[in-house]
Design a protein around this ligand. Sequence first.
Ligand code: ARG
Ligand code: ZN
Length: 874
Amino acid sequence: QTIYLSDYKVPAYLVDTVDLRFELFEDGARVHSTLELRRNPESDETAAPLELDGDSLTLESVALNGAALAAGDYEDRGDQLVVRSVPEQFTLTVVTWIEPQNNTRLEGLYKSSGMFCTQCEAEGFRCITFFPDRPDVMARFRTRIEANKDAYPVLLSNGNDVEKGELENGRHFVTWEDPFPKPCYLFALVAGDLVEKRDTFSTCSGRDIDLRMYVEPRNAEKCDHAMDSLKRSMRWDEEVYGREYDLDIFMIVAVDDFNMGAMENKGLNIFNSSCVLASQETATDLAFQRIEAIVAHEYFHNWSGNRVTCRDWFQLSLKEGFTVFRDSQFSADMGSPTVKRIEDVTLLRTAQFAEDGGPMSHPVRPASYMEISNFYTLTIYEKGAEVVRMIHTLLGPDMFRKGSDLYFERHDGQAVTTDDFVKAMEDASGRDLSQFRLWYEQAGTPVLAISDDFDAETGVYRLTIEQSIPDTPGQTNKKPQHIPFALGLLGQDGQPLPLQLESGDSGAPTERVLELTEAVHTFEFHGVESRPVPSLLRHFSAPVRVRYNWSREQLLFLMSHDPDGFNRWDAGQRLAVDVIQSLVNAPDDAEIDPRLVEAYRKLISDADLDQALVAKMLQLPSEAYLIELTDKADVPAIHRAREAVLRHLAGALKGELLGCYQRHQGSGPYEVTPEAIARRSLRNTALAWLLMIDDEEGRSLAVSQLNAADNMTDRMGALRALVNSGFESDRQEALDDFYNRFQDDPQVVEQWFSVQAASDQAGQLSDIHKLLEHPAFDWKNPNKIRSVVGAFAGQNLAAFHNPDGSGYQFLADQVCRLDDSNPQIAARLVTPLTRWRKFAPSYSDRMKSALERIRDKAGLSRDVYEVVHKSLAD
Ligand code: ARG
Ligand code: ZN
């Protein structure tokens, strides 16, 4: 059953207020819900029955205006409660019984390490009570929670706590009231034995906000970073977007069992523990940065998502794309903008491009879906953010700010569409974005084929750019899109040239944003003395593939001269891709271009370069990215070629690597600044490379680093290097010591699982089976599943693509096993198999048969059904 955007109808009934009373017990929970409803004046369905959504509920009673309804007056269809005839305006009281302790799907109300918590986006509220579960129904919520006081001293919901008291039998209650109308997907409830960490934030208008974090007692010392990140986010949103926080309390709760990263429930954000808890000893730099970004993301949703929300789930990118754009601007401001851009583009080009070219390819605003959970995708989030970024580029920062101000002012308290967002940007700036809207409607990654020629006599450099958009499921013959294309030209001396679109304009800027709107454009640049080197698509100004026939000389030139740091990095990536690909195509012709070695030698040794950028430039393109660039990929061959290049570089640059390691030896206290992060990253890269060639000096450096480290980045860097080396006995000893030291910390144990599952040395299928048997593994905990099964299939690509197909069958087994308990996680886990068409025939046949086995499982969930059927369709 597919749902179509074109079938959208306004709701027949509106809910003004929701009054909830939760009685929480160990064997279940009783939910009393009282709704004030009225017919929607905007609906033309004047005689429509009242239909409320439900899922896994036991209905106990229904009353209309206080009078119990008889069995014939309503119908409980399981997924719907239908009341055939209702007045214009009325009160409906529904009592349901639910079993949070048995809720393994982690949607609605469930238990996680002894506490009650909720996840309602997208359609989890219907697992709590019967309700019109759609984001365009916005109501004011009042929530009373009752539970045993010893086991659940902390009782939380959205808004302000307005009443609390004692009850009989050791029970107590707290009542919460949220003054802002909201869709039910933003409802939240938490009950548990939690410690509270408090801070305050003074807003720009001088209000003091109570900031509270609630965590299990053992995590009390892991809150500071999230709290600091929250305060920075609140300040930043005031300064950059003029957005002030609106309630008196802002709460963050950490829970161990969570399907996604975090959730922006009004005033009560709930986080996956791994996305919020951190200490120097237990979290890597990457985790610190991730936490800062996610805390910001959820906080920013308070405006982009909560105050202004989505009309329907086809508009999901309205809040997600915009909010990801906002959090990436924030992270860029807090750290290194170039490095942040490199990280975002790496994810986009590796994973979103793969999604856009695969069977689940969909537009930023999809036209249909079966299961909305499957559409929390890289396309909605990351490509959606790129689309907003392009609007920012086209309008410039000032007009963009005017547009966002208008959007928030015009739509405050409403549930709106991506079109409303674009309209606000148009109205504020006076720009016509009608063609630009195609970015929301057409799926697939545009390809820009670029050619150039230079006329020495006239001094004209000519650039021809031709755009095309590949067909995707259900979409062919696409129209050209409006693409901002940033570029520069470099002269032979490495100097940027003025970009003279008319001759004689010698004061022209050295960087321009060209606007592509037609299938083909030719641009002429005048006053050029010798053939320039083009620096194309600077800052990755649009989410497109660039096809241009770079020579290795040009790439080496850009690597050292491009004033755009992003393109400098990108030139290095293209060069490395080219070298690795030639080795894949001709493995016996083992000559590795000495120019690559020299380029890396310069990067490693030149202490004057921006070390944060160098740290990024030293990361070779990942296997996943190399696969994405290949047509019929032979993964083991790609793996071998990439490792051969890595070993060749490590062998040739051993002296420089040791020098780099010593130079960046830690000194002084641990800090999470871009400079310190770059130092640790360079050191650990040097170590990893040395261990790739089983270097003895590297081995002893790793062992002593592992024992001496005062932070998880260095400890994990050394552990990873040992695990991926051929030093088998050191590896086992290091893993055992590490586990013994951190076995009581789930976030660290998750890292311990994934460093093994992602390693071609320690993560062969037999090792993975052992990890699944490990006492710390837990099939009910999504983080554990991701850190073993997800890391194996998503990062340990040579092992997963074992030519005998065993990796595929393994994944199919795990998907089938999880499908009954947690379909959302099962549907995400299946992703690597859905890309079967990308691989060489002997692989793709086996992947396909693993998918067919999943398809044939009895009682397949809607989540997995959609993904598997779409990826098997012709
Ligand atoms: N809105 C959340 C975020 O972006 C994601 C929630 C997704 N939940 C889900 N069940 N798909 O932070
Ligand atoms: Zn979000």
